[in-house]
Ligand binder design. Structure first.
Ligand code: NAP
Ligand code: 12T
Length: 357
């Protein structure tokens, strides 16, 4: 072997896996050998890496002999089943699912925030990548937390369909096309409500649906499954992961996670109550210097972070930085990032870069 690593990508054919492959190429990660793993359905497919066609293999317990770094994004149940095998074979797993994130022996890492946490990677051979919505929020919160501590966060998210995977991206596209086709064929008889109440599967003639309701022209306050306390799992990930990454179990967090008809880029309205007062100017100054953050905050010129501007780049955008008029220790922010890049693939490859050092 040369100076590089043997890397496996589990879930290589998916939305996140495909982006992991691109980010490994873009960042010139030192790869000597790469293995692409997915389900049986993908065996026979080939994926390109640095101009070379590489066949996809079926993910199984013997996939990891000789692998140094295994990037997992094949869903939580695959992570639970196969990450320990990868670790046993000597690989360090960087897992994108929620399966291992809250395990006390598994570091939960955002390289701009808590790179030191990877020191515990050897405990289980697994490092967890946080949830996309958590990553972009803590990248922005960290420099503010270091200055003024945080008592409480109230966050509402506006999450893109790409977070659910390739099937959901296609579903939003299909619903929009169906809407446009009907608009054309029905002319003035058209009502924009015409799609609502119609089971999407019935209209399409087949039944697959990524969501329990139409997502086009809609907002669904429902991401992942509901839990006993009335919050969804996605909302509780924001609570628990934020505390773990900032290493402060006392931060209070309340989240409402909403799916919106956007393809790429999660947006978040975040209200923060600090322990000490922090001015807007001070916060802006800290964020302008923060790693991985770009301040876009010029409302006179209609400039604020937008999902379409976050798409396909790695910075977390923050704007609408303002004093909370209801709380002297409060600030309000609008935070946007590409959920598939910084929210998943880029963060995972950055963790691999920490390991490589
Ligand atoms: P996706 O587009 O649906 O892709 C799923 C991938 O998993 C595909 O490569 C698929 O292979 C593979 N897979 C599914 N079942 C499998 C099986 N039984 N054995 C082996 N491989 C299997 O989904 P995605 O958006 O890329 O997300 C993948 C996972 O990443 C999610 O489940 C989630 O855990 C995680 N994720 C994390 C974040 C984050 O917040 N950090 C964001 C998004 C996703 P085939 O093509 O062969 O079916
Ligand atoms: N259900 O990594 O649907 O825990 O957008 C990320 C995204 C789970 C995760 C989503 C999800 C995760 C979603």
């Amino acid at each position: 072997m040369g100076k590089g690593f043997s890397v496996a990508v589990a879930g290589a054919t998916g939305a996140v896996g495909q982006m992991m492959i691109r980010v490994l190429e873009e960042r010139n990660f030192p790869v000597d050998e790469i293995r692409f793993l997915a389900s049986e359905r993908s065996v026979g497919k080939k994926l390109r890496f640095r101009g070379e066609e590489i066949p996809v293999q079926k993910l199984d317990h013997n996939s990891f002999n000789g692998v140094d770094i295994a990037l997992f994004s094949a869903g939580g149940s695959r992570s639970l089943e196969f990450a320990p095998s990868a670790a046993k074979a000597g690989a360090t797993v960087i897992d994108n699912s929620s399966a291992w994130r809250m395990d006390p022996d598994v570091p939960l890492v955002v390289p701009e925030v808590n790179p030191h946490a990877i020191k515990d990677a050897s405990k289980k051979g697994i490092i967890a990548n946080p949830n996309c919505s958590t990553i972009q929020m803590v990248v922005v919160l960290k420099p503010l937390y270091d200055r003024a501590r945080i008592n409480r966060i109230v966050v509402s998210t506006y999450q893109a369909v790409s977070g659910t995977g390739l099937k959901a991206i296609r579903e939003l596209e299909d619903e929009i096309i169906l809407w446009a086709d009907r608009r054309k064929s029905e002319g003035d008889n058209w009502s924009p409500k015409a799609l609502s109440g119609v089971a999407y599967g019935e209209v399409k003639g087949y039944d697959y649906s990524a969501y329990p309701h139409q997502i086009a022209f809609n907002c669904l306050p429902h991401i992942d499954v509901f839990t006993e306390n009335g919050y969804t799992k996605e909302e509780m990930k924001m609570v628990n992961e934020t505390r773990k990454i900032l290493e402060d179990p006392d931060i209070r967090v309340s989240a409402t996670c909403v799916r919106v008809p956007v393809f790429y880029g999660h947006s978040e309205a975040v209200n923060i109550e600090f322990e000490r007062q922090i001015s807007v100017d001070e916060a802006r100054g800290l964020l302008e210097k923060a790693l991985g953050v770009k301040v876009i905050d010029d409302v006179q010129n209609n400039l604020y972070p937008l999902a379409l501007d976050a798409e396909d780049q790695d910075l977390t955008l923050v704007g609408r930085i303002r004093q909370d008029i209801s709380n002297e220790n409060g600030l309000d922010l609008w935070i946007v990032a590409d959920n598939i890049r910084k929210g998943a693939a880029t963060n995972a490859v950055q963790i691999a870069e920490l390991l490589a050092k």
